[in-house]
Design a binder for this molecule. Sequence first.
Ligand code: SF4
Length: 363
Amino acid sequence: MQQQWTKEAILEIYNKPLMELLYEAATVHRKYHNPLEVQISTLLSIKTGGCPEDCGYCPQAARYHTDIETNDLMSVSQVKAQALRAKSNGSSRLCMGAAWRNIQNNDEFDQVLEMVKTVNELEMEVCCTLGMMTEDQANRLADAGLYAYNHNLDSSEEHYKEIISTREYGDRLKTIDNANKAGISVCSGGIIGMGESDADRCSMLEILANMSPQPKSVPINALVAVEGTPLEEQEPVPIWDMARMVATTRIVIPKAVVRLSAGRTDMSDEGQALCYMAGASSIFAGDKLLTTPNPDISEDKKLFKILGLQPKAPFVDGDQPVSNDRYKECMSTKGNVKWNRPGHKIERNEAAKARAKVARKGA
Ligand code: SF4
């Protein structure tokens, strides 16, 4: 029977003396995984910016004043070319992200389904992060050959309300449930450094660890504070907090791939090595993580060599999906799907708005 976790028990692990915590996490890591294998994944933004949501950390939210370049949905051939490039650089997983609130049953979703089929045929694990998703949409993605769906909890339910107000935590959980029902592997984690407490971090891990089944993939991000977003002035997360968070995740969700995600450009090689020791088993490659900076793959390869790490092959933790033509059949009527829309209450970054106004005048 799956162990049930309480926030208090997780906090106790999180607060152990760091050396003890690392040793315990490294031991659990060795029990369930080859600790010398690290999956290289590539995160590709297939549709960038202009998002109607108000996630306080995100430069892609249309309401904030960031200088990202917005892009319409990529073509299938563009995605295929990027996937091949990622594969040749050692990536065994391609995660495609679109800045959408939720998937809609329209031509753009049909195009994403073709992308999924195409990348699956390249023998890479295909993951998508497309916002909220119904059960029917999850089934179509599974039929197209989707391996995993990413939908982060971001933080604890309590702290989530301070960061995002245009959707509800319950809808996040519903989307994760829809992925599970369709047999898609769940990828869900969070971001630290958004003003949350240690208890918030452990509360998020409590929800993830008590999911049945537990997520197969858990990204742990350090906030990249982007100018123009409400969180632009947050202090960087200390590496010790990252190592604690990775180690605690490794212990309470032992079989998952724990992904050392955003924020690596601010980490030293030694800091990243500490996180690998703590049980991190994947990184994202490429010079950008959606819109924020990321170390160059040549730097990662150098560090892999120093540490004796190897890139992990695809489909070690699950079989490659077999695509079938049912993905072409939409069971729902075309058009918008209704999800909860609570009132928007995250304060806009008025200082960034004023700066943008001045810049526009000067242009
Ligand atoms: S995190 Fe996703 S949903 Fe939130 S604003 Fe950014 S693109 Fe939109």
